[in-house]
Design a protein around this ligand. Structure first.
Ligand SMILES: [Zn+2]
Ligand SMILES: [Zn+2]
Length: 397
């Protein structure tokens, strides 16, 4: 591994920052203390900042030379509403909140890069370091864009990175094209007619109708979708009724849809609505159909992905960078940025969990698991990637 020496020497400070953020997790759009830490550090290192974009977002501006060229590097700062079961020293101080997705580490890695870039400035142009709020469901990336991120800070391309548990430390995964799925939720209420359960002929039984809709929806995946397009339609809740001898008035179907393209998503939503409405109509009932699009699919751009892979292969051995990593049906709001800007998002291996200190919980070191912890060994590696990416992108010509 060709790590940058001054960043390696800064490792203990980055680890201290990472663990401090881990101990003080904050949820979507409440990242006030975390943003304070980021702002203080950037200011201490002489980096001008703009605060308050997307409520708690922070952007640092690192400039050198005369070039108008610019690149954006993005990290997320928020934690999850879950209880940590680790008991090591830097465990969460806030009940019911936890950095179980490693955004504490993402923030620290980008700070490490900002520190080095501000001291060495071996590039011509501007590096924007973007610390965004609310990745976990709040769409903080979208909110920063709505607040003018790309207008106030014009950049040619934007890059993101997420730790990936299970992949060895020192490895990276990336692929051009779709890498993570669109995330969408539906809440569909069948409005029938309740009755005494012994007098079903006086009802329009919403449970029978909901069951027919649930089954017919699966034909969207098996009959309407091109088998070469990945898609998930999962019904995760069915609610109806309250007694053994009462036919309910309503039944509710709730769940999620995931796709790698907007076209497939459009088709699924349209077919779900048609099946729900027409099935209900066939049984003299109605539906309230609500479909919410949360995050779009994350689609890496071809050229920027090739560029990122080349940079990664200048840091670790070529075979440590899987440039055709299997996409995941998980979602990520960096997808919004890649809809408007060229760029690329990579996974950095977080290891199998053996890095965790004594006192970690019984569970695996997986994302969103209560015994997860970010691997501090990654701090200099991730920061080195950010620096080399920016320096190569803005290389003196
Ligand atoms: Zn997460
Ligand atoms: Zn995450």
């Amino acid at each position: 591994m060709k790590l940058i020496d001054p960043i390696v020497e800064f490792h203990s400070e980055l680890q201290r920052i990472r663990r401090d953020i881990h101990a003080h997790p904050e949820l979507c759009f409440e990242e006030n203390r975390t943003a304070d830490v980021v702002a203080e550090k950037l200011t201490e290192w002489g980096i001008p900042i703009v605060r308050g974009m997307g409520v708690t977002g922070v952007v640092g501006i690192i400039q050198n030379g005369n070039s108008k060229r610019a690149i954006g590097l993005r990290a997320d700062m928020d934690a999850l509403p879950m209880q940590e079961i680790n008991t090591f020293e830097h465990k969460s101080r806030h009940a019911g909140k936890m950095h179980a997705c490693g955004h504490d580490g993402h923030t620290a890695m980008l700070l490490g890069a900002a520190h080095y870039l501000s001291k060495h400035r071996n590039f011509d142009g501007t590096v924007y370091v973007i610390f965004q709020p609310a990745e976990e469901g709040g769409g903080g990336a979208r909110k920063m864009m709505d607040d003018g991120l790309f207008e106030k800070f014009p950049m040619e391309a934007v890059f993101g990175m997420h730790n990936w548990p299970g992949a060895p430390v020192g490895t990276f995964g990336v692929t051009a094209g779709p890498m993570m799925a669109s995330s969408n939720e539906f809440h569909v209420t069948v409005k029938g007619q309740g009755s005494h359960a012994a007098q079903p002929h006086k009802s329009a039984d919403p449970i029978m109708i909901a069951v027919q809709i649930a089954q017919a929806w699966q034909t969207i995946i098996s009959r309407n979708r091109n088998p070469l397009d990945a898609a998930v339609l999962s019904i995760t809740q069915i609610h109806a009724g309250s007694a053994t001898n009462v036919i309910a008035d309503e039944a509710e179907l709730v769940g999620t849809v995931r796709t790698f393209s907007m076209g497939v998503l459009d088709m699924i939503e349209k077919r779900m609505r048609a099946i729900a409405e027409h099935t209900a109509a066939a049984f003299d009932a109605e539906v309230d159909f609500r479909f919410k699009r949360n995050y779009p699919p994350l689609i890496n751009h071809e050229n920027e992905t090739r560029f990122a892979v080349d940079v990664l292969r200048s840091i670790v051995d070529s075979d440590k960078v899987n440039d055709h990593v299997e996409p995941t049906m998980g979602a990520e709001d960096f997808a919004f940025m890649l809809q408007e800007k060229a760029g690329c998002y990579v996974f950095i291996g977080n290891g199998e969990g053996t890095h965790r200190m004594a006192g970690h919980g019984l569970g695996p070191c997986n994302l969103h698991n209560p015994s997860y912890d970010f691997n501090d060994e990654l701090l200099p590696l991730g920061a080195t990637y950010w620096v080399r990416l920016a320096e190569s992108f803005l290389a003196n010509k």
